[in-house]
Design a protein around this ligand. Structure first.
Ligand SMILES: Nc1ncnc2c1ncn2[C@@H]1O[C@H](COP(=O)(O)OP(=O)(O)O)[C@@H](O)[C@H]1O
Ligand SMILES: [Mg+2]
Length: 270
């Protein structure tokens, strides 16, 4: 399997002006393979957004390395696409022109960019809304436009920071189903941050759980079901057990020391 991203032993401290710096991330190790949908779950303030900023190349870690396609010195800004919780669409641009913003920044001409966006709008259920301004779109549609903008940039890796976190429960559930259904067609690789264990179980191939601050990696699990089989998945005993395990890690209630991620890393690679 081709590795897209390798994060190794990343620690991130912020200077606070006090005697002690704030340790936002401590010894974080994770990897993402080509085509994988990886979920990252952690409590608020544990450093999830900080980790994405480090991966995107917006922040330099205090220690540790990040490699894109095996290259630790590769410039990542511009090669990874970043989508935030709020859609941040430009109110004066139509939905279609919002979707092509990233392509235009890359120098793609408006006509070509619009052509690509129109194709994706079909897939994204946005046909007929190309010329609508953001104020006329529902919250779910705005997030789909923002997601289209992220996908169109065509980056090696999509970083999605709680993309459904600001939506109401019904819109959120319908976008989760939508994303699960179209993911296979997108030919993309992503790291999806959420504080919702159910969302990670519904969408991801593999999930990491982070502890509360300072953020450490405390659990990694594969979801043992094809995405197409996940409807009604929470009624399955093996999924209920997995969910309980993820929640225990999230709430820092694991009875036994945490396996895999942390222990295996300390064995040697440092
Ligand atoms: N630029 C910064 N300077 C100082 N502290 C920061 C900065 N960015 C984030 N933090 C702190 O780092 C911790 C992790 O924040 P964040 O990565 O936003 O967490 P999460 O996304 O998991 O909610 C928090 O305590 C936050 O206040
Ligand atoms: Mg955050």
């Amino acid at each position: 399997m081709t590795s897209v991203l390798e994060v190794q032993h990343v620690t991130m401290c912020y200077e606070t002006g006090h005697s002690h710096p704030l340790v936002a991330l401590e010894n974080i190790t994770l990897h993402i393979n080509q085509g994988e949908f990886v979920g990252l779950v952690g409590p608020s303030g544990c450093g999830k957004s900080t980790l994405l900023a480090v991966i995107a190349g917006l922040e330099t870690p205090t220690a540790g390395t990040v490699a894109l396609h095996g290259d630790k010195s590769a410039k990542r800004l511009g090669r990874v696409a970043y989508m935030l919780q709020r859609d941040v669409l430009l109110p004066w641009r139509t939905a279609l022109d919002n979707a092509i913003t990233g392509l235009q920044v890359q120098g793609v001409g408006r006509g070509v960019a619009r052509g690509r966006a129109r194709q994706l709008f079909v897939e994204f259920g946005l046909t007929g809304f190309e010329r609508a301004y953001p104020a006329l779109l529902s919250g779910g549609m705005r997030q789909r436009v923002a997601f289209a903008r992220t996908v169109l940039v065509g980056s090696d890796l999509l970083l999605l920071d709680e993309p459904f976190g600001a939506l109401d429960a019904i819109t959120r559930a319908s976008l989760q189903q939508w994303l699960a259904a179209i993911w296979g067609k997108l030919d993309a690789t992503c790291l999806f941050v959420t504080h919702d264990v159910d969302e990670a179980l519904l969408l991801a191939d593999r999930v990491y759980v982070m502890s509360k601050r300072p953020g450490r990696m405390c659990l990694e699990r594969r979801i043992p079901l094809e995405r197409s089989q996940r409807e009604g998945m929470f009624a399955r005993p093996e999924i209920a057990k997995l969910k309980a395990e993820l929640r225990a890690a999230l709430f820092d209630e694991l009875e036994t020391p945490i396996p895999s991620v942390v222990d295996s890393e300390q064995g040697g690679k440092q």
